[in-house]
Design a protein around this ligand. Structure first.
Ligand code: PEP
Ligand code: MN
Length: 337
């Protein structure tokens, strides 16, 4: 149960609402959706009459939400969300492409990648400064040394970065330079990091954990949303299965399933979803057909020498060819690119 509060509600009124909840053996928790202040109630709400709260001072509306996640649900918000990243829209009617290397390696590599993806029509640049690598001996990213690069590339190309925060320190640095914060698959259930992202003024992309259900993924989104940050984008990036033909199994079937229950935009990462650059274009086109709002895709100026994920990175030429195919298909699916 959600108690939506009137704007200008006082702390005393919120305390009175919370006290009423405790009398009814419910646990009240203040949360925020953008500017909307809310008291979220947990406990045995099924037998509770909304009238127990609707007449209290400061209450605008009482809402029953049955899903375990709340703010991400269509029960809370029926209409699709559009997330705005410094003028780049992600949501219905758009197909937003974020492309670039897995890792930012150097100024020259980042500049070449930015120029190439911009020329091909990408809307945003991707690239990790902080890399969560399976092996502690693999390249860990250039870290804070790349922060200035994000400003430089934006000034020259206009492209905003989506880049991963692996902990609260890297998030605090990234939010001063990037356009959108990426929460990686490995951190989808890092609840303190999600809460910190909920306090950021930047939009947040939550990648699906490699073994996460739809419900777990949307609960992760709610950790961010309930901190007051309404700008959350979901990213399907493939899950672990028994398959050996691909790095992950890209679960495009989750797109229509997620659409039914959440208003948040959904993008697809066919690079980590396949692990093989030769398979990326087919899955990118399929993602558009399945109803995705865009792509996160790895492009490297010289994949053979990439410091991470070269085998799944498209060359600029191959990316350009894929973008042409996507643009040809987009009108059929009511998407602008
Ligand atoms: C990435 O996008 O660079 C990445 C590490 O992805 P994931 O978290 O999906 O593995
Ligand atoms: Mn990668």
């Amino acid at each position: 149960m959600l108690i939506l509060l009137k704007s200008g509600v006082s702390a005393t009124q919120i305390e009175a609402i919370s006290a009423r909840a405790r009398e009814l053996h419910l646990v009240p928790q203040p949360v925020r959706s953008g500017a909307q202040e809310i008291v979220s109630l947990t406990g045995q709400t099924s037998g509770i009459d909304p009238a127990a709260f609707s007449a209290l001072p400061g209450v605008a509306r009482v809402m029953m939400v049955h899903a375990p996640y709340r703010l991400a649900s269509r029960e809370f918000q029926p209409a699709d969300t559009t997330v705005d990243v410094s003028g780049v829209r992600i949501g219905p009617g758009q197909f937003t492409v974020m492309a670039g290397p897995c890792s930012i390696e150097s100024q020259a590599q980042a500049t070449d990648a930015a120029n190439a993806v911009k020329a091909a029509g990408a809307h945003m640049l991707r690239g990790g400064l902080f890399k969560p690598r399976t092996s502690p001996y693999s390249f860990q990213g250039i870290g804070e040394n790349g922060a200035g690069l994000m400003d430089e590339i934006r000034a020259r190309t206009g492209l905003r970065f989506v880049t991963e925060a692996i902990d609260e320190d890297s998030l605090s640095l990234i939010e001063q330079h990037a356009g959108m914060i990426q929460i990686g698959a490995r951190n989808m259930q890092n609840f303190s990091l999600l809460r910190r992202a909920g306090k950021s003024r930047l939009p947040v992309m939550v990648k699906r954990g490699m073994s996460a259900t739809l419900e777990e993924w949307l609960n992760a989104a709610d950790y961010v949303l309930s901190g007051g940050n309404p700008n959350v984008v979901l990213c399907e990036r493939g899950i672990r299965t028994f398959n050996t033909h691909a790095r992950n199994t890209l679960d495009l079937g989750i797109i229509p399933a997620a659409r039914e229950v959440t208003h948040l935009p959904i993008i697809v990462d066919p690079s980590h979803g396949t692990g093989n650059s030769a398979h990326v274009p087919a899955m990118a086109l399929a993602a558009m057909a399945a109803g995705a709002d865009g792509l996160l895709v790895e492009v490297h100026p010289d994949p053979g020498h990439a410091l991470s994920d070269g085998e799944q990175s498209l060359t600029p030429d191959r990316f350009n060819a894929m973008m042409k195919q996507l643009r040809a298909l987009a009108p059929a699916f009511g998407r602008a690119m």
